[in-house]
Design a protein around this ligand. Structure first.
Ligand code: ZN
Length: 696
């Protein structure tokens, strides 16, 4: 008994103040801590439910408090899983995951709490609550309703059955795509076939060959092969761009767009079932279509608003896309291709044209972008725009890896307002790929005392090699700016109700505003020139290289835009107009839309929908448009700075402070359209995105 108590006292996951002790957390702490916490939380919830006090202090305040210990006990586990993955931790996480999810659902679907929230909205207290508090209540009500809390009897049963069925179908869908992707390989044995391949593709393909032969005796080399090409994007795309063998390109392309469309792994039926069940579910909740249900939690007000955006972007982009195709045709003809251009030629000739026009490589740029200078530039920019100071505080916070650094953010008066961890480098054996920003601790009040927000910025940049510092590719620089933008929104929030502080509670189609906004500065000459210095010679980035970077930004922008619109429009049509029990199939819908968006006639056997995991197994159903929606917002926000004058330091500072006061400070505490209008003084427009993409 006693030892157990001592154990718990020493358990680093049960701390609830200052920074999580990342250096002390071990997999064996997880179960004890989380179990204790779940038990305590269940008791608290039962207490809240049985002594229901429908007021802010009686209901919302205690609900808010429940989240705090989870930020210290569960969030660090999830975080470490992403940055220091190991079998023991994965097992510990897996063991507790089910119970944590169940508890979360239990709270969100609680009938007494739902009734209490409704009472608050009808009470006289409602008018005394501030906007952020009202939004907390409204978001909770909305989420509960969409989770079916208001349903009774048969409707409720059916709703839950559909939920389960949909979750199973999505999992099957995703697994089929994975299995179909894995099942395909193209083995190349002739050395002359690799003519023109970049080294990285040869390396990857030889490595893939060796890994696929489990005997361990395979000795494929990048130089002499054999080479194994797969449908994984890092293998598929470079092959399509560089293989001179048209027949093999065709073979690979067809395999790619028909993934999971035949035999045991066929997703066609699943697509129809998912669409049908989603329609039924939305009807039960009182919506006419699934798109309406999806938009209930988005910034976009309704389907017509999304369609207007589609139309504006597509009207502008289509002539450019047609022109871009003509250019490719000419280049192909000039270089001896006799047959008409097809889908499997596009990436190849587009890459040849890119080489011809912007003959620079990432390797050429890297020496100019050391992580240290990039950070200095980013921090200086943030100081100029938002009036914040960022200082290194290495050693002041426990970290999970020696490469991780810790920074403090202060306002002009010198008071600390937030802090963040930066885990910059790739560590493939234990850290997941990509880049992300995550809350470590939310801004909140605990017993009247303000707790400051802390965030994680995780990237997969190139680490230092030997005595060379970390030399970043331009994409890595851009990614860092992107994640830092998310971080700014989480750190500069002035809200202290966790549910709507920082990025919490922001509508999904608006959450990339701040991040993409920051990316724009990577094409701002003074910003880039101030940070780009050769790490050995100290010389500035040659102007012509910068010009090429800027020109490459809009390369084939028309075609890329039309491709994204094709996905977005198909997704929206399937979840809105399409009758899942009617005569037309989902493939008919896709073909119908592709005829409008694509300049080349659509490829007849295209079954891309069978691998469209974003909408059938991810969270993007009737939400794929959100990528463009966010881009419209971020470009439009940035255009305010262009109008103020990008060389006018005073104007930038003034507008930067306004951006901070509105977009960055309000976070999820108000509807994003309100916040946007306050910053921009008007509704968002598509013009800036089109102009930045060279499509005006
Ligand atoms: Zn993002």
């Amino acid at each position: 008994m006693d030892t157990k108590r001592t154990d718990l006292q020493d358990n680093p996951l049960l701390k609830t103040s200052s920074l999580p002790p990342f250096d002390m957390i071990r997999p064996e702490h997880v179960e004890d801590a989380v179990r204790t916490l779940i038990e305590q939380t269940k008791n608290k919830i039962e207490h809240i439910e049985s002594n229901l006090k429908p007021s802010w202090n009686g209901l919302l305040a205690p609900l808010e408090e429940i989240g705090l210990p989870f930020e210290y006990a569960w969030a660090p586990v999830v975080h470490l899983l992403g940055v220091r993955n190991c079998d023991e931790l994965r097992k510990a996480h897996e063991k507790m995951l089910g119970e944590v999810v169940a508890l979360d659902l239990r709270i969100r679907q609680s009938q007494p709490i739902y009734a209490g929230l409704k009472k608050i909205k009808e009470s006289s207290e409602w008018n005394t609550l501030n906007a952020a508090q009202k939004r907390v209540v409204e978001l909770k009500l909305r989420d509960a309703e969409l989770a079916g809390v208001g349903l009774t009897g048969e409707a409720r049963q059916r709703f839950n059955a559909i939920e389960q069925e949909l979750s199973r179908l999505s999992t099957d869908f995703a697994n089929h795509v994975l299995d179909a992707t894995k099942a395909f390989e193209l083995i190349i044995t002739e050395k002359n076939e690799t003519d023109g391949w970049p080294e990285s593709l040869k390396n990857l393909a030889a490595q893939s060959y060796n890994q696929s032969k489990k005997d361990g005796n395979s000795q494929a080399t990048p130089e002499h092969g054999p080479w194994r090409i797969t449908l994984d994007y890092p293998s598929f795309m470079p092959f399509m761009q560089h293989s001179k063998n048209r027949e093999q390109r065709k073979k690979l392309y067809v395999a790619f767009v028909t993934r999971a469309s035949i035999g045991k792994l066929d997703n066609s039926k699943i697509i129809e079932q998912i669409l049908k069940l989603r329609r039924e579910q939305s009807l039960i909740l009182g919506f006419e279509t699934y798109a309406q249900l999806s938009l209930a939690t988005k910034m976009a007000p309704d389907v017509p608003a999304v369609e207007t955006m589609f139309r504006e972007l597509s009207d502008a982009a289509k002539p450019y896309a047609a022109n871009e195709l003509e250019e490719l045709k000419e280049l192909a003809m000039k270089n001896g291709q006799k047959d008409a251009l097809t889908q499997w030629d596009i990436a190849f000739w587009a890459e040849r044209m890119r080489e011809e026009r912007f003959d620079y490589t990432d390797e050429q740029l890297r020496p100019y972008f050391t992580l240290e200078r990039v950070l200095e530039g980013l921090f200086a920019l943030s100081e100029k725009l938002f009036g914040i100071t960022i200082t290194k505080a290495h050693g002041e916070a426990p970290v999970w890896h020696p490469d991780v650094s810790y920074f403090k953010v202060s306002d002009t008066a010198g008071d600390q307002i937030a802090s963040f961890y930066l885990d910059p480098y790739t560590r493939p054996h234990e850290k997941r790929g990509g880049a992300w920003m995550d809350n470590c601790l939310s801004r909140r009040k605990v017993s009247g005392e303000l707790r400051l927000p802390v965030v994680h910025l995780c990237c997969n940049s190139t680490p230092p090699v030997g005595d060379k510092p970390s030399l970043m590719s331009f994409t890595e620089v851009r990614t860092l700016f992107h994640e830092f933008g998310h971080g700014l929104q989480a750190m500069l929030t002035t809200v202290a109700y966790t549910d709507v502080a920082g990025i919490n509670g922001i509508e999904w189609d608006a959450v990339e505003l701040a991040s993409q906004f920051m990316e724009n500065w990577c094409y701002h000459k003074p910003t880039i020139m101030s940070m780009a210095r050769h790490f050995e010679t100290g010389e500035a980035l040659p102007e012509e290289l910068f010009d090429k970077i800027r020109a490459a930004r809009i390369y084939r922008a028309g075609s890329l835009m039309m491709r994204q619109l094709e996905f977005g429009m198909t997704d929206m049509y399937l979840h809105h107009e399409h009758d899942p029990v009617g005569n037309l199939s989902a493939f008919d819908v896709h073909r119908h839309i592709a005829k409008q968006t694509s300049i080349l006639p659509p490829f007849k056997k295209d079954r891309f929908l069978c691998s469209f995991t974003h909408i059938f197994a991810g969270g993007y159903a009737a939400g794929y448009y959100g990528y463009k929606w966010s881009e419209v917002l971020s470009a439009d926000a940035f255009s305010a700075f262009e109008e103020a004058g990008l060389d006018n330091a005073r104007a930038l500072a003034e507008l930067g402070r306004k951006f901070r006061r509105t977009i960055l400070a309000c976070g999820g505490s108000r509807h994003p359209i309100e916040v946007f209008e306050e910053f921009r003084g008007r509704q968002p427009r598509t013009t800036a995105l089109l102009r930045h993409s060279g499509l005006l």
